[in-house]
Design a protein around this ligand. Structure first.
Ligand code: FAD
Ligand code: UDP
Length: 381
């Protein structure tokens, strides 16, 4: 049997491309996945206590794009869920992203009023402002109260968390990293404000099973594509793994950040007030997530996960995060030049192949765009 396509990786990028090619073009696809399961980093499963957990850290679906929500809704129904995060700051537990509620929780009411007024005057209400922008502008303008607030938030919320997570300061990373969690001049405590938010009602793995249920799709697990690509005839390849691996690191190893996950089970029902609690300044872990808040599962006992950031070591742990910095982006561009030479025989896409800090919806968007432009319309990448 000859496949039209071999797709490396059964995460969102690979699975969406497989589904589109199989259902819309009627072509045959083989997905090759090195892990023993589908769903990539979104994989979820029941632990030994019967609790639905996310094996590679908490995944909350959110998007502003209706077409992505509608596309995935063919394969799942949704449990309505708004993620809420608290951060332990100065011994208090306050909402993250830092917002007006956090301000009033931390400062005496009259001073909080004054700070809130200044924030609203400067930026408006219901506005999101990255911490690095507030900090820079407060330093330039010399407004003492705003400078105090910016320094306070920077020091207590961002600096140590970012050092733990990346082993770099916010300034050593692309500003887009800390801008993911902006200061929100608002009373809205939700972690995301996207128009569409929720959790797949039966979990992510169930969603993936439906995505891949087409008879034109075959899935081979526990197989590194390098071991079998030459043995299984196929016309074209889609690669969603790390791009530097594909080219045997000819331009040096791209840097990634990894994590270790520590799961704990508790006989009591609820461990913490919200889905995730961040610990910017204490402990070696960055955050603890209690899954039952996310999944809404009704079961006695509860399982939590703590995330311990780690240096990435090839062959030893998993490259979870590309590191957003200009110099690494330049290095990635040398790989992109190699990728262009393989076009159209090989298509590269996904968080690791594009070396981009994609959320799940962005991975789905990238896959749908590639399908439309590069596969159906034949545009080169
Ligand atoms: P992946 O899911 O990484 O899939 C790539 C697959 O390729 C992997 O399964 C890998 O094993 C396989 N592969 C690689 N090399 C080979 C090879 N040589 N042979 C065979 N197979 C190979 N996004 C959100 O929207 N919301 C969240 O709350 C959220 N939380 C996150 C929390 C954590 C801790 C992490 C790490 C990510 C989070 N994300 C979240 C991001 C989300 O995981 C990604 O956007 C998404 O998984 C990207 O999908 P992908 O298919 O590109 O990559
Ligand atoms: N961040 C922080 N303190 C927090 C939350 C986030 O400093 O309490 C910064 C940190 O640099 C982090 C980035 O914002 O890596 C993005 O946070 P997000 O929650 O989006 O990270 P992810 O869920 O992708 O790990």
């Amino acid at each position: 049997m000859k496949f039209d396509w071999m797709i490396v990786g059964a995460g969102f990028t690979g699975a969406v491309l497989a589904e589109r090619i199989a259902s819309q073009l009627g072509q045959k696809v083989l997905i090759v996945e090195q892990r023993n399961h589908i769903a990539g980093n979104a994989y979820d499963d029941y632990d030994e206590h019967g609790v639905l957990i996310h094996h590679y850290g908490p995944h909350i679906f959110h998007t502003n794009a209706r077409y992505i929500w509608d596309y995935l809704s063919q394969f799942t129904t949704w449990r309505p869920y708004y993620h809420r995060v608290l951060g332990v700051i100065d011994g208090q537990t306050v909402p993250i992203p830092f917002n007006l509620n956090s301000l009033y929780a931390l400062f005496p009411p009259r001073y909080a009023d004054k700070l809130a007024e200044q924030l609203i005057q400067q930026y408006g209400f219901n506005v999101k402002v990255p911490i690095l922008k507030i900090k820079e502008e407060a330093e330039k303008s010399g407004q003492a109260d705003l400078k105090f607030l910016a320094d306070y938030i920077y020091r207590n919320v961002f600096h140590n968390y970012t050092l733990k997570q990346w082993d770099l300061t916010p300034e050593q990373l692309s500003p887009s990293v800390t801008a993911r969690v902006p200061i929100y001049v608002s009373r809205d405590d939700r972690y995301f404000q996207d128009s569409y938010q929720g959790m797949p009602a039966q979990g992510y793995t169930a969603l993936f099973k439906r995505l891949l249920a087409h008879p034109n799709i075959k899935v081979l697990l526990n197989a590194d594509y390098r071991e079998i690509a030459a043995l299984i005839p196929h016309n074209r390849l889609i690669y969603t793994g790390a791009i530097d691996d594909f080219f045997d690191h000819v331009h040096g190893e791209l840097p990634y950040r990894s994590l270790a996950f520590k799961f704990t089970h508790h006989p009591e029902d609820v461990q913490q007030a919200v889905g995730t609690v961040n610990y910017p300044n204490e402990y070696q872990y960055t955050r603890i997530t209690e899954f039952k808040h996310l999944t809404g599962q009704r079961i006695a006992g509860s399982t939590c996960v703590a995330e311990y950031p780690q240096a990435y070591r090839r062959g030893e742990n998993i490259p979870y995060y590309p590191i957003p910095r200009d110099d690494y982006r330049e290095q990635y561009h040398r790989y992109l030049e190699e990728a262009k030479k393989c076009n159209p025989q090989v298509i590269f896409a996904g968080r690791l192949a594009d070396y981009q800090y994609y959320n799940m919806d962005q991975a789905v968007a990238r896959a749908l765009t590639i399908f439309k432009k590069n596969i159906c319309a034949g545009e080169t990448v």
